[in-house]
Design a protein around this ligand. Structure first.
Ligand SMILES: *[C@@H]1O[C@H](CO)[C@@H](O)[C@H](O)[C@H]1NC(C)=O
Ligand SMILES: *[C@@H]1O[C@H](CO)[C@@H](O)[C@H](O)[C@H]1NC(C)=O
Ligand SMILES: *[C@@H]1O[C@H](CO)[C@@H](O)[C@H](O)[C@H]1NC(C)=O
Length: 148
């Protein structure tokens, strides 16, 4: 077994997460500007298009690490963690990926401190959209807690 860590400097994540923003004590939230800045390629693979009724809320930038483990023939993603920032460089969320599928069938998760929420998802579809980017994925929430 060998392990390898990749520093992921900047990568854009497109996630079909709809988070309602509670104002008041929160110092960060998603704005109309965040929603308008979401980059969606005109030739986006149909498998990555979220179901009708979903709307973009923000494009976030991630700084973190992905850990891969070799099984002898391939590098397999074992876990990942990242901090997610909005276009104003405010840290708005934490992303993590666990090796084991959770009891609700999910693996990647997103946690926002404000409004407090935890959303776990399962992958419905994935495709390589840009050569210099990790795989894009369409995710479906399998479990959510808090204001989500
Ligand atoms: C290693 O991982 C690859 C990709 O997931 C898989 O196709 C292959 O069967 C695995 N090999 C072993 C020995 O587990
Ligand atoms: C992630 O994987 C690495 C490499 O296998 C391991 O050292 C680390 O403890 C794992 N982290 C978590 C949170 O499971
Ligand atoms: C990826 O790189 C290959 C080889 O340079 C190129 O042919 C292809 O168009 C690129 N794909 C994307 C999505 O940029």
């Amino acid at each position: 077994m060998a392990t390898w860590s990749a520093q992921v400097s900047i990568l854009s994540l497109l996630a079909a997460l709809v988070i309602s923003c509670a104002h008041g004590t929160c110092t960060t939230s998603f704005t109309a500007e965040d929603a308008q800045s979401v980059f969606i390629p005109s030739d986006l693979d149909q498998g990555l298009v979220p179901p009708e009724g979903n709307v973009p809320i923000a494009q976030l930038f991630a700084v973190g690490a992905q850990h891969y483990t070799s099984n002898g023939t391939s590098w397999v993603l074992t876990n990942a963690t990242a901090e997610l920032f909005n276009s104003r460089f405010e840290k708005v969320s934490i992303h993590f990926y666990e090796a084991q599928v959770d009891s609700k069938g999910g693996q990647p998760s997103w946690m926002t401190p404000c409004p407090r929420s935890l959303v776990t998802c399962k992958r419905l579809f994935a495709a390589q959209v840009q050569n210099n980017s990790i795989t894009w994925a369409l995710l479906k929430a399998t479990n959510s807690q808090g204001s989500s």
